[in-house]
Design a binder for this molecule. Structure first.
Ligand code: FAD
Length: 559
C-alpha cells in the first residue's frame, strides 16, 4: 500500500548499510531521529469538511483527504512525519471521464470552491497543497482513474492516454503493443502524464527521447470557460502554439484530461555504462563535447567528486569498491577528484553499439577511463529505488533535499560552485554541518541542468528542522537567481519557487501569465497561489527581490 507519510509502497525499502551511516556521520555528525506521528493520531486532526452540499462524485472521508493533503517536498515530508498535515482539502474526487471533469469544474465555479488538480502527488515544490490564506473550501481532483490508452496510431506514432496514467502503467500499456514513451523521471513509479505536462518534467533519458514538451503532441484540457482542444499536427506555422499554454500550467488554467504523446517502437537494446574522469573539468568538457557533437547516446550524467565519493559509499559494497578504487588510482583517477559519468546506449543493437563507441572515444580524448556495464547495471537497478533511501536516512536522523537549475555551458561550473557554497554558508550560519554534492543530469548543446543534493541532521524538534530547511531553500534559490539560472529545470514552480519566478520572466512576462490565468479562470478557482503567486504575495515577492539584489551582489562577489 502507498505510504501515507513518505515515498512509495510500504513494502519497499532501500537499506542504508553501516558504512554509509558511518560516512554520513563523519560528514554531518551523529544524528538522532525525530519521532514519527502515527496514522491514527494524524487522522484525528482532519477537521470537518466545509462542503455541506457535496457533488455526488466527492468523498469527504477523512482518510482520503489526509492522503491528498501533501506532496513530497521536504516541507511536506516534515508535516507528514510530524502528523500536522493541514490545511486539508475538504473533499477528494476521482473523475472517470472528461464529462465528469467538466461537470466538477462547473459545480466548483458555481459554489466558489477551489480546485486542486492532482496527478501522482509527487510534487517537490508545494504544487498540490491547500494554502491557508484563501478561506474558500477546497476540492482535490485526483486524475488516477483516467488512465487508459485510448488510441495508438502506429502509422503516426501517437498514443492518446487518459492524463492520470502513472509511469509504469503507461509503459506497460505501450509495451503490450511494442512501443515506449521513454519518459523516466526518478518519480516515474508514482507521477502521471498530466503531472509531467503540467510541470514540464524531464526524464532521465531526455537526451534521446526529449523532455515532456517534445513528447506532448496535443490533447484536451477542461477549463472553467470551456474545453481547449489541441490537434496533434506534427508541425505548423499557424500562430502561437497552444501546447505551450498547457505545458507548465500547474493546474492554474484547467485540467488536462487527455494527452496525445509521441511514442517510438520499443528499443531492441538498452544498456548503461560507467566512465571515470580524473577531475571535474575533464568530465565537464567531455559531456559538453558529446552534447555539441550530438553523439546519439540516450543518457548522459556526470557526478562531481563529492557525489562520486558519496554514491560509492552509499550504494556500493566496500570490498568491491576497494578493488575498483585501486584500479582507478593506477589509471590516474584519485578519490576526492575523480568524477563518474553514466552513459546510456539505446536503439537497435548496431545503433546503440556505434553510439556508445563514439561516446567512449570522446571520453578517452578527455582522459576518461571506461569501466564497462556493471556500474551501469547497478545504476539501472536502483534508478527508481533511490527515492526510498530518504526513509532509511530519515529513520537514522538525516534529512535530504535537492534543488536544481539549468544554465549555459559558459556558466555551468561557476553556478554549481555557487549553489553548493550557498548551502554550506547557510549551514555555517545555523551552526549545522551539511553534506552537499551535485551532478549534471540533462545535457544540451547549449548547456546543462545542475542538480544538487544536500543532507543535514534533523534538529531537536520539527519547527527547528523546518526552519533549517527554509533557510537552505532561501539560500539555494537566491544563489540560482544570482547566477542567472532558471528557478527550476524540472521540478516546476508551485508555491516554493513562485516568488523567484518574476526574476526569470520579467514584469511583462508575469503580466502575460497572470492575464492568461484570469482569462481562463475568471473565478480564480484553479489551484490558487501556485506558479503565479496571488497578487498580494507577488507584490511581497517583488520587494524581496529588491532586497535580494544586495544578496545577489554578495553571491556574485564570492563566486
Ligand atoms: C523522488 C522524486 C524524484 C523526482 N524526480 C523527478 C525527475 O527526475 N524529473 C522531473 O521532472 N521531476 C521529478 N520529480 C518531481 C515530480 O515528480 C514532477 O514534478 C512530476 O511531473 C509531478 O507529477 P505528478 O503526476 O506527481 O503531479 P502532482 O504532483 O500531482 O501535481 C503537480 C502539478 O501538476 C498539476 N497537475 C497534475 N495533473 C494534472 C492534470 N491532469 N491537469 C492539470 N494539472 C495537473 C497539479 O495541479 C500540480 O500543480 C521528482 C519528485 C520526487 C518526489
Amino acid at each position: 500500500m502507498r505510504r501515507w507519510n513518505g515515498w512509495g509502497d510500504d513494502a519497499n525499502n532501500f537499506p542504508l548499510n553501516k558504512h554509509a551511516r558511518k560516512f554520513l556521520e563523519s560528514r554531518v555528525g551523529k544524528a538522532k531521529a525525530l519521532p514519527d506521528a502515527d496514522f491514527k493520531s494524524a487522522l484525528k486532526k482532519v477537521p470537518e469538511s466545509r462542503i455541506d452540499n457535496p457533488h455526488p462524485l466527492l468523498s469527504t472521508d477523512a482518510e482520503d483527504r489526509l492522503r491528498h493533503a501533501r506532496g513530497q517536498s521536504l516541507e511536506d515530508w516534515l508535516a507528514m512525519r510530524e502528523g500536522e498535515l493541514g490545511p486539508f482539502p475538504d473533499a477528494v474526487c476521482w473523475p472517470e471521464t472528461s464529462e465528469d471533469v467538466k461537470q466538477l469544474l462547473a459545480w466548483a465555479g458555481e459554489q466558489n470552491i477551489k480546485v486542486i488538480p492532482y496527478g501522482g502527488g509527487t510534487s517537490v515544490a508545494g504544487h498540490i497543497i491547500a494554502t491557508s490564506s484563501d478561506k474558500r473550501p477546497i476540492v482535490t481532483i485526483d486524475m488516477g482513474r483516467m488512465r487508459q490508452l485510448e488510441d495508438l496510431d502506429t502509422a503516426s506514432q501517437i498514443a492518446t492516454f487518459g492524463a492520470g496514467v502513472a509511469g509504469p502503467d503507461l509503459e506497460a500499456q505501450l509495451k503490450a503493443r511494442g512501443y515506449t514513451l521513454g519518459h523516466y523521471p526518478q518519480s516515474w513509479e508514482l507521477s502521471t502524464l498530466g503531472g509531467w505536462i503540467a510541470t514540464r518534467s524531464s526524464g532521465q533519458q531526455s537526451y534521446r527521447y526529449g523532455r515532456i514538451e517534445q513528447m506532448f503532441a496535443g490533447g484536451e484540457m477542461e477549463t472553467p470557460i470551456g474545453t481547449l482542444e489541441i490537434p496533434e499536427i506534427p508541425a505548423n506555422s499557424a500562430g502561437q502554439d497552444m501546447r505551450e499554454l498547457v505545458l507548465g500550467s500547474e493546474g492554474r488554467l484547467g485540467i488536462i484530461t487527455k494527452a496525445k504523446v509521441r511514442v517510438t517502437p520499443k528499443a531492441e537494446h538498452e544498456s548503461f555504462h560507467g566512465v571515470f574522469f580524473p577531475n571535474w573539468q575533464q568530465g565537464h568538457d567531455c559531456l559538453q563535447a558529446i552534447g555539441q557533437e550530438k553523439i546519439p547516446v540516450s543518457m548522459l550524467r556526470l557526478s562531481n567528486p563529492e557525489e562520486t565519493s558519496s554514491h560509492m559509499v552509499l550504494a556500493g559494497h566496500p570490498y568491491l569498491l576497494g578493488g575498483l578504487k585501486r584500479y582507478l588510482k593506477l589509471r590516474g583517477c584519485h578519490e576526492g577528484q575523480m568524477c563518474v559519468a553514466m552513459i546510456g546506449a539505446t536503439g537497435s543493437k548496431s545503433f546503440a553499439k556505434t553510439a556508445l563507441k563514439q561516446a567512449i572515444k570522446q571520453c578517452k580524448r578527455f582522459g576518461g577511463i571506461y569501466i564497462g556495464a556493471p556500474l551501469g547495471k547497478k545504476w539501472e537497478h536502483s534508478r527508481f529505488r533511490s527515492p526510498y533511501v530518504r526513509h532509511t536516512m530519515w529513520d537514522a536522523g538525516f534529512a535530504v533535499d535537492t534543488f536544481e537549475t539549468c544554465v549555459k555551458w559558459s556558466n555551468v561550473s561557476k553556478t554549481m560552485q555557487t549553489m553548493e557554497q550557498a548551502v554550506k554558508d547557510a549551514a555555517q550560519e545555523m551552526g549545522v554541518k551539511v553534506q552537499v554534492f551535485t551532478h549534471l543530469s540533462h545535457v544540451y548543446a547549449q548547456g546543462s541542468s545542475i542538480y544538487t543534493t544536500y543532507i543535514f541532521n534533523v534538529a531537536k524538534d520539527y519547527p527547528e528542522t523546518l526552519q533549517r530547511w527554509k533557510n537552505f531553500k532561501k539560500a539555494s534559490s537566491e544563489a540560482i537567481v544570482a547566477c542567472g539560472g532558471t528557478i527550476s529545470h524540472q521540478h516546476g514552480v508551485g508555491v516554493d519557487h513562485a516568488s523567484y519566478l518574476p526574476a526569470e520572466k520579467g514584469e511583462l512576462g508575469m503580466k502575460v501569465m497572470r492575464n492568461n490565468i484570469q482569462l481562463m479562470d475568471p473565478g480564480g478557482i484553479m489551484n490558487p497561489g501556485k506558479l503565479v503567486a496571488d497578487i498580494e504575495t507577488e507584490v511581497d515577492s517583488l520587494a524581496v527581490q529588491s532586497l535580494d539584489k544586495k544578496k545577489q551582489q554578495q553571491i556574485k562577489q564570492t563566486a
